[in-house]
Design a protein around this ligand. Sequence first.
Ligand code: ADP
Length: 645
Amino acid sequence: MKIKSWPALSFRGKVITAIIVLQVAMIAIFVSIQTYHERLMVRDYIKDVNIQFSRNLAHVFSVVIRLQDFALLERCVAIATAGEDITYVIVESADSRRLAARFKRGQDLRVAAVDREADRPLSSNLIREVEKADSWLSLFSPITYEVAVPMRARGQEIGTVRVGVTTRRMDQKVWAGALRGLLMAGFALGVVGLFALFVDRRFKRIFRELIGVTGRMAAGDLSQRVNINTGDELEELGQTFNRMGDSLASSQQLLQEWARDLEAKVKERTQDLEEEKQKLDGIVSGIGAGLVLLNKDLEVLWGNRIATEWFGPLGQLQGRKCFSALWEERDFCQDCASTKAILSGNVEQCEKAIPGRNGHPRFFQITTSPIKNSQGEIIQIVELIQDITEKKQLEAQLLQAGKMVAMGELASGIAHEINNPLAVIGAHAERMSYLFSNAQSSPEKIKEKFPSYLEAIVRHTYRCKEIIEKLLNFARHKDVDLQPTDINMVLEDSIALVSHRASMENKKIIKNLDPALPLIQSDSNGLEQVFVNLLANAMDAIDGTGEIHITSRLEMGLIKVEIADTGKGIPSENMDRIFQPFFTTKPPGKGTGLGLSICARILSRLDGQITVESNPGEGTRFCIALPIEASPATKIRESHLWKNP
Ligand code: ADP
């Protein structure tokens, strides 16, 4: 419900109106109460005076009645009734006969009516109301009292005098007094109102000035001041206001200085950021690698220039799943590094090969890093995509180069291996030739010796063939060729290749091979290269005489091969570096630093692992673990996995 507001009055107008109404009401109430009490007092006074008057009349009338002069009585009654407040006088005998009476303005009728209603007083003073209003108006209308007093002569009651007296005249005086009071109060109210108006106009001017100045200050002009010279609290208020203006102006100045300062700093920072951005843009474009930003659903959000050169314009990549946009796959890539990064929250890596334009595969290395928000939740993934095709080719070349180096190192041993059978073959051939050309040789003797000589020649010829085949296998660059492989056999072959050098250098090779090893799907050529390399390193590490222990065993689903030597060992500071390509401690011309890195690379293709432990001065132990259940060696593990764990 809407509450009706007062007519359009200002707040000040409403307050003034309320004050006036309240004051008028209070004055009216006070005057009414005062008037009422005055009237009561006046009435009591009238009653008292009239009783006395009536007694005097009774005394006079009793004398006149004793004289039996009724004409005089009439005259006396007339004189008594002449009083302004007296409305009638009645003289009655003891038996209620009217001896004389006089009434003003129809009072006789009222007296008659009252007489009919009540017993007439005879023996005592009686005061009764003869005329009054019946309703609440009695409070304001005049009353007529009747006082009845007995007349006595010689101790006997001879009649009654009844005198009617009205309060009209005294009431009028009281009302006149009340009116005077009201007029005076009204006058006082008027004077106070005029004074209030004067004060109000004065305050209004000051407040208008204050409001105007405040408005102009709020609009930004803080130079505004008020000018109040009243010499009182208002002037003090004005001064306080002006002080507030001063302090606002200085605060504003300070704020403006801060704002200028801040603006300069923001400008400077923006410029710094712009420079940083340009630098970053330069780095991002110049890193020579593709950078791609993905959301958590692996949809492409952004890619740098290289990425767009490799995979297509950004507009075609954005919003598409990365496997489709970048790699043209229908589903998530196997071994997806982005998925792994989302699951682990860490940096992950994987490699990806796609067919190249020239028919050769193109290899990419993908490093993914999760981007987290302030709550640590992963919101995006950044992919660093590097083209490692050349690196792969170089590695392949290094592998081949390593083989050639190893082959060179082995050449003398192999030459000796071939020398022996050739010497045997030569000796037997010479023997046969001698027997054949010697006249003393009987056909029986030739027949007896030839088969054994020929058998030796054939056997040693095959031995030469076998050695040359191994040499060719070792040197040939081949892809991983998985065949059922007997690890002990590969070890034997490898030992055979270095045994001549070992015996020449007084290094004892001690074998402890588990004959129950199962055949595994593996690459015997690659493994042979690994074992020969490790054996050669072991022999290099032993100064003078020493031992090389070769062990094979089955352990927890893995075939483990250990090659331990009693050489000089590896200093702890080199342990992390020995698998790095080209790291060597050997003198120039002796070592290439490729052996162990090639070993690690070969083993990674075969799903195997190599670890090393060494005590400088005591020896070194290399341990190779190969899975029995060989998986297709397609995964290329990173060389850092093959360092000493
Ligand atoms: P190279 O033999 O050509 O130096 P490798 O990669 O085979 O290259 O070996 C790297 C280095 O590791 C060697 O130079 C040597 O310092 C150390 N090393 C390898 N095997 C042994 C071993 N059995 N004992 C001591 N040091 C070794």
